[in-house]
Every structure is written in C-alpha cells, then in structure tokens.
Design a binder for this molecule. Structure first.
Ligand SMILES: [Zn+2]
Length: 675
C-alpha cells in the first residue's frame, strides 16, 4: 500500500508531495484503476432499475481516487518532471486510455444510461442534473453506442484511419520544417537582427559544426528573421520555404492527407446522424451551429475589413517611403509593421519592468480578487509543496470559510515545460451535503530574481499572470454538485472568458494604482506609459483580425460542408481567401497542407474560438467599464452566473444571465480601435 492509496491525512487533504516516491505511482495507478472498475461494475450489476442516482450520478462520482492520483502525477509531469516520471507516464498513459475506452464501449453500462436518458422528461431533475445526464449520454452516443454493429465497425475503421492520417500529417509538417535551413556565411545578410537572434543563429550553425549562421523554419528562428532582417531577398526565400511546407508534390506532401481527413470526418459525422463534421463538433460548443460561426466570422469580417485595408494602405505607404517598395509582399509584412510600430511607440520592456515587481503584481491580483469577489489570500507554510519555489495560499471568504487552496509556481527550471497554465489538484464538488473545496494551481515561467534584483516582469508577463489567475478564479469560486461540471469544465469556446476578461484590469488606472509602483523609488507608473501600452497593444489589429478570420473561414470551409467534391486543395483555398486577402497570392504556397491546428490538433471547426473568446471578454468587460471596474454589483453577477457555475448550463444562458443580453462584437471592435 503506497501513500497514494490511502486517504490523505494532510491539512485540507492536500497532496502529500514530500511523501510520494516515484516507485509509488505505478502500483497506485493499478490499484486505483481496479477500484474504479469495481465501481463501474457495481453500477452495471445493480439489480435495481436504472435511475439518475444509481447510474448517472454514480458514474460521475466513480474513479475519484484515480482522478486524484492522475492529477498529481500529470501535473508534476508538466511542472517538475524527470526521466523516471516520463517513463512512468509512458507506461501509465495506455492503461488509462484503455480504461476510458472500456467505459465508452461498455454496452451494459450504456443500456442503463440510455434507459435514464429516454425517460428524462418524466424525471424531476434539476438543470445541473439534466446537463450531466446529457453529457454522460453524449459521451457514449457520439462514439457510436447507438449504431448497428456494421456501422460501429465502419466508425472504428474511420477512427483508426483518421488517427493514422493525422499522425502522418504532423510528421510531414515536422519533416518539412526540419528539412529546410538557410546557411549564411556573410554577416551582412543578418543585418537588422537583434543580438540575441544572431547569437542563436550562430549556435545553430555551431551545433552542426558549420561556420557562420543558420536560420530555420522553427518559430524562434523564423519569426525574428522575418521581423528584423533587412535583406528582402532572404526574407522572401524564407517565407516561400515556410509557405511551401508539405506542398511540393514530394513524398512529404499533405494535399491528399487533407482531402482524406476532411472526407473521413464528414463520413463519420454522417454515420452518427450529423449533417457535417462542424455540426458534430459545435453541438458541444457555445456557438452550437455552423451557421452561427459563419455569421459570426462574416459579421466581424465586414466590420474589421475597412480598418484592415486602411492599415494595409498605411503600411504600403510607409514601405514605399522608407525603401521605395512598389508592391508589398507577404515577406514584407512583419518587417515594415515592426519598423512602423517602433517609429510610433518606441516602447521597450526595460522601461516598464521596474514597475512590475513580481511580489507587487501578485499582491495586486489578490487585491483585485478581494475587491471584486470578497476573497482573502493568506500565504501558509503548513502544506506540502513539490518544489521550494512553489508558493502556497489558503483562500477564504469574508467570514473566514475555506474557499480553496491555491498554489503558485512562477520560475523556470529544468523539468518544467514552457509556457503558463492553470491546473487542478483536487476538483470541487458536493457529496453527502458537504461542499468539498478545490485545490488550484498556476504555473508560469517568469524571470527569476537575482542577488541584486528582484523578479521584474515584462508587461506581457503581467498579462500572462492575470490570464492564468483568471482561470484560477474560475476554479477557486466553483460551486457545483458534480465534479465533471465544476470550475473550468466548460465548453472550450467559453473557457477563455474568465482568463481573458481579467487581463483587462492590467490596462486600467484604478487597478494599476494598486500595484504598478517602481521597485526602488515607489513611484507610480506614469500614465503616458499606460496610454502607450494600450495603443501599441491594438497596433495593426485590423490586419490581425482579418488574418484570424481568414483561418477561421478556411477551417469552416473544410468542415462545415460536404468536402467530397473538392479535388484541388489550393483552388479551394484560394476561393475561400478571396474576401480576406491583402497581399498578392504566392502560387507555390499553401496554407491547408501545414494547418496543423485543424488537421492534426484539436481545433477542427474550432479556430473561430480565438476571436469568439475575445468578443466575449471585451463585451463582458464593457459591462464593468459602464458600472466601474470595481463595481460590486457587476462582479457579483459575474461570480453568481459565470465563475461559480462551471458547465452546469448552456454557456449562452449563463452569459445572458450575467450580461442581460447576448454578446456583441462592438465592444471588441471599439477596444481594438476598429470602429
Ligand atoms: Zn487561457
């Protein structure tokens, strides 16, 4: 028996990090899977007739220990991993997917779920219970549980073939990315590049025992070159190489894979009774229907296009004046855009950083949460942590009741992956009339303090901290009955609302006054700097918006209609881009063949959600602006109808209850300076 298989006798039942040994994990997983299986068997073998309680509710509360062990293990695999942990992950992952497949394919379990589902109107269920029932039923039906045996067989064939094609798609993109390099031996060819980018290029060359500099299609190499290199011919060469990925007619070409993936997805959707793949996907999204997404993208396009065209004209003039460029090309965009931005704003990180000492920013975020949501954050040293850098807090309400445990892990180290994220060590739920409170964590990679300097954040890091803290509040304030509907368990075109909306406070005078003071002099950040930050944040927003819309439309064009008649990927794409194009087309380039988001990752019929989430957050924040950024009344509505509600109801219903109306794009367009 390992520590993980006992109930944690720790303060607040927090994870006993210091007592877990790596060799504990595998036996603990095996034991917990066995327990979870026994719980499922108890549901299917129940001699009583299926009811909401003995089937749906029992299913949602099953596997609690397995979930806790998984969350501890996989969170550490992201934040504090090592070879041994990674090896265990490789052993455990197939066991876990086998276990979840066994549930989805369990016929007698589905039979019971279906009995409850088919009699749902006669049952006296709460809104949350109805949502849970629907979610559990769909978990089976969307995987073919209702199909005849031969259709089921076809579905499995499609799934198998699709995952092979997606894998191949990704491998081709990666191989094409790695196959190209631009070897430069004349230092003049690197003119314009910042020192850091030059050094990196030199190191790449050294690693291959080559003289000079190497530029590749990996973003950390590609982006600085396209943004800063003055040599136009070389930018052109690099841009064309990037745009030609998996579109050369060689063995790494993805055209056929794109067509096959789109067609198989369509067939799968049809098998399950949906008109298109987008209909299938969007059923479980806030947007609900392809028509809504199309309308959303087209409306935004119509409103953003004039601004985008204006910006493009300005950029053309600027490039003409600066270097006599007659026809602005794709490989000129980032370069002149950056030059123009520098000319207009001359804003650099070093100017801002002294005003954003990490400790001050954290306190600022806590104060904002206190003023809006009556939460108190108190640092505690009575619970275990997995690394000495981790900060631990007890979060209480005004009466001193425990609301949540909160972990914050800010600095990079070997064993932590890049980026920033929010995660859950223990979900919130209500069982036996007891509200079991959540354990929430945020993990970032900010600059570490040195002997002489504290950790000073760039403005981008400040907004990142607020973003993750916004997700954390969604978890901290969760107040639902069922764990699978709690906190951030919402449709994914809704999940970025709490995080993105909180970023808005970083630009508000009233909020900055709480924390943006110089770490040495205590002077408050000058407001001209804030104005500059705001203005530069929306620089070329029209063109950016147009670009995002074009990707969203391309995604919908592959998934929102029957793709069987499409024979040329390039011709199809050109048709779709007709209304969003600013630069001349490059004949040898293709977007779809390297559009990994939608053909390899999970974004098919979901690319629109980037803009969708922005519309939501701008619209929600506008309500705060109308009533005051610290309006208790608006904050209460946001907490009562959004932050505490998880996924217990349709997000549009929740949103309307908060806002009093459906979200409109006007607030975003206004914030972005487009109208
Ligand atoms: Zn996020």
């Amino acid at each position: 028996m390992t520590i993980l298989n006992t109930s944690f006798k720790t303060p607040y039942q927090t994870a006993p990090f210091s007592k877990i040994k790596n060799e504990d994990y595998l036996p603990a997983f095996l034991q917990a899977i066995k327990e979870a299986k026994a719980e499922i068997d108890a549901i299917t073998n129940n001699s009583e007739a299926p009811s909401f309680e003995n089937t749906i509710e029992a299913l949602d509360f099953s596997g609690e220990r397995l979930d806790r062990i998984s969350s501890i293990f996989f969170n550490l695999n992201s934040a504090e991993t090592n070879d041994e942990i990674q090896k265990i992950a490789q052993e455990v992952s197939p066991l876990l997917s086998e276990f979840s497949n066994d549930i989805t394919l369990n016929k007698s379990l589905f039979k019971r779920v279906k009995v409850v589902y088919d009699t749902k109107d006669a049952l006296d269920l709460t809104t949350e219970q109805k949502t849970l029932l629907d979610k559990k039923y769909k978990g089976f039906s969307r995987n073919g549980a209702n199909l005849t045996d031969d259709k089921k067989t076809r579905l499995r064939e499609i799934d198998k073939k699709s995952s092979q094609l997606k894998l191949k798609f990704g491998e081709n993109v990666l191989a094409e990315t790695n196959a190209f390099e631009m070897h430069l031996t004349n230092e003049e060819d690197l003119a314009g590049l910042p020192e850091g980018a030059k050094e990196a290029a030199q190191q790449l060359a050294e690693a291959q025992e080559k003289k000079g500099w190497l530029i590749t299609l990996d973003y950390p190499s590609y982006i600085p070159f396209m943004t800063y290199a003055t040599n136009r011919e070389l930018r052109k060469k690099l841009a064309i190489a990037a745009g030609t990925k998996a579109f050369k007619g060689n063995e790494l070409d993805n055209q056929d894979n794109v067509l096959q993936i789109a067609k198989l997805r369509h067939e799968r959707a049809n098998l399950l009774g949906y008109k298109t793949h987008a209909h299938f996907v969007l059923e479980e999204r806030m947007a609900k229907k392809p028509e809504t997404v199309q309308h959303f993208l087209n409306e935004l396009l119509e409103k953003a296009k004039p601004a985008a065209e204006r910006e493009f004209k300005n950029l053309e003039d600027f490039a003409k004046d600066s270097d006599g460029i007659d026809q602005l090309q794709k490989w000129d965009g980032s370069y002149y855009s950056e030059k123009l931005k520098q000319k207009l704003f001359s804003l650099d990180d070093e100017q801002l950083k002294p005003y954003f000492k990490l400790e001050n920013v954290i306190d600022g975020a806590f104060t904002i949460a206190e003023r809006l949501y009556d939460l108190k954050f108190e640092e505690i040293d009575t619970i275990d942590k997995y690394h000495e850098d981790v900060l631990t807090y007890k979060v209480t309400d005004l009466k001193g009741n425990l609301v949540s445990i909160f972990y914050a892990d800010f600095f990079p180290r070997a064993g932590k992956r890049n980026g920033a994220w929010m995660t859950v060590y223990k979900p919130q739920f209500v069982k036996n009339e007891e509200n079991s409170r959540p354990h929430i964590s945020i993990v970032c990679n900010f600059t570490k303090p040195t002997k002489s300097k504290p950790s000073l954040l760039t403005f981008n890091e400040v907004t990142t901290l607020f973003h993750e803290f916004g997700h954390a509040l969604h978890g901290i304030l969760a107040n639902t009955t069922y764990p699978s509907l709690s906190g951030t368990s919402v449709f994914w075109d809704f999940v970025e609302l709490p995080s993105q909306v909180l970023e808005n406070w970083c630009y508000e005078k009233e909020a900055l006054e709480l924390f943006a003071t110089h770490y040495e002099t205590g002077e408050l950040i000058p407001m001209e700097l804030i104005k500059k930050i705001k203005a530069s944040a929306t620089f070329h927003e029209g063109m950016q918006t147009l670009r995002q819309i074009s990707f969203g439309l391309l995604d919908m064009s592959w998934h929102g209609q029957d793709p069987t008649s499409i024979s040329s990927v390039k011709a199809h794409e050109s048709e779709v881009f007709k209304n969003t194009k600013l630069y001349p087309d490059v004949a040898e380039n293709c977007m779809s063949t390297a559009f990994s988001h939608i053909f390899q990752g999970g974004y098919s019929s979901g690319y629109y959600s980037y803009k969708w989430a922005e519309v939501l957050d701008a619209d929600a924040f506008e309500y705060f602006l109308e009533e005051g950024v610290f309006s208790k009344e608006v904050a209460k509505k946001f907490k009562d109808h959004v932050l505490s509600q998880g996924g217990i109801e349709d997000p549009m219903t929740l949103y309307k209850r908060f806002r009093g109306k459906e979200p409109q794009p006007e607030a975003l367009l206004k914030r972005a300076g487009l109208i």
